[in-house]
Design a protein around this ligand. Structure first.
Ligand SMILES: Cc1ncc(COP(=O)(O)O)c(C=O)c1O
Length: 393
């Protein structure tokens, strides 16, 4: 269709003009940390494989064994073709780790958020969502067709004020936040949010995609403080520190049963492949039995930030803000010339004016390379960030 292609071409040109066009670049991950791109071997600091478990022998072996025994795909929805016992085993293990009564796995973290929120919240209800929450939490809230009100990032007082003003007008209310924020690496004030939820009878939901495996002794963002917050809806993914693929919700038995009955992305989407459940189970075994290993990504992020002259991070995610998209692309190219793969993050993933490098640290990053990268970032990016920004304008 000519009009369709004209539309696509015009949109792409608009993105190009704003340095916002994205491209898929062929890249092969050859180990948990090294990649091959355009004929070069680069050390990657942009993968969420925090514990390098994508390449862990026991995790791979578990997936291979399950694949041999049970085949590749799940064949149909869990409710149609039958529930693979590995899924039940994985759910029990996740629930135990998060200290909830039950859990439900999904095909991905994105699918989890698309399924959970509309199953619990509907037209007439209220969702308060952190302004910097992940795109799939936003997508889930939009599908719920509720009143959606963003609150200032990590601001429990704003949540309180909004609930005081709005709560009475809606039968049900949900507070949705990332646990560890994916682009900033900070941790939500979960106990303060839980107190607001309690005071106003709202349901707190955390997306801990980036917390599981790497903070709170590997249990996630709700285990960082000595006292846990009461979070009735704890969602996350198997695709980051666990090195596999899939999503989950940990919650009470009643909520999980309702989700299995009402979440459209459970009912109408093919179940998680058994090999992914087997890999996730093996990954959880590593995390629970090797807490010192699980602590390495955050330790490396802190060492990096100290040398680079950046604030101490709360998670293995360290943002280096440069401002404009072109400046972020330039900084990323500079690091690539030095052998590091660090992707530029641009709007709409982050707000306008906050384009950045987003570095993720993993257990196996060699200390010497972390130091070399930190020196480069300090001297050539942090020190010059305003200049890079101005030059791009
Ligand atoms: C905070 C957050 N939630 C959810 C997701 C989606 O998870 P998945 O990649 O398993 O779909 C991501 C990852 O991209 C994320 O960063």
């Amino acid at each position: 269709m000519r009009s369709l292609d004209e539309f696509a071409t015009a949109k792409l040109e608009e993105l190009e003009r704003g340095s916002l066009r994205r491209a898929l670049v062929d890249t092969t991950r050859v180990t948990g940390i090294w990649v091959l791109r355009e004929g070069r071997r680069l050390l990657s600091f942009c993968c969420n494989d925090y514990l390098n478990l994508t390449h862990h022998p026991a995790v791979k072996e578990a997936a291979i064994e399950a694949l041999r025994r049970y085949g590749v795909g799940a064949g149909a929805s869990r409710l149609v073709s039958g529930n693979h016992p590995l899924l039940g085993e994985l759910e029990a293990r996740l629930a135990r780790l998060k200290q909830t009564e039950a859990a439900c796995v999904f095909g991905s973290g994105y699918l989890a958020n698309l399924g959970i929120i509309p199953a619990l919240i509907g037209p007439g209800d209220l969702v308060l969502i952190d302004e910097l929450a992940h795109a799939c939490l936003w997508a889930g809230t939009r599908l719920a067709r509720a009143a959606v009100v963003p609150f200032r990032h990590a601001d429990a007082r704003h949540v309180d004020a909004l609930l005081t003003e709005l709560r009475q007008r809606h039968p049900r209310a949900l507070i949705a936040t990332d646990g560890v924020f994916s682009m900033d690496g900070d941790i939500a004030p979960l106990r303060a949010f839980a107190a607001m939820a309690q005071r106003h009878d709202a349901w707190l939901m955390s997306d801990d995609a980036h917390g599981l495996g790497v903070v709170g002794g590997g249990r996630g963002s709700n285990f960082v403080e000595p006292t846990k917050a009461n979070i009735p809806l704890q969602m996350g993914t198997l695709s980051k520190a666990l090195g596999a693929y899939g999503g989950y919700l940990c919650a009470s038995a009643a909520v999980v049963e309702l989700i299995r009955n009402r979440a459209r992305t459970v009912i109408y989407s093919t179940g998680l492949p058994p090999a992914m459940a087997a890999a996730a189970l093996a990954a959880l075994e590593v995390i629970e039995s090797e807490p010192d290993y699980a602590a390495l990504p955050l330790a490396k992020a802190k060492a990096f930030a100290r040398i680079a002259g950046l604030p101490e991070p709360a998670s293995p995610i360290v943002p280096v803000l440069v401002g404009e998209p072109e400046a972020a692309l330039k900084a990323s190219r500079l690091l690539q010339e030095e052998g590091f793969l660090v992707v530029a993050i641009r709007p709409p993933t982050v707000p306008m004016g906050t384009a950045r490098l987003r570095l993720t640290f993993t257990a196996q990053h060699p200390d010497r390379e972390v130091e070399r990268l930190a020196e480069l970032v300090r001297k050539r990016i942090v020190a010059l960030a305003p200049a890079i920004t101005t030059e791009a304008q």
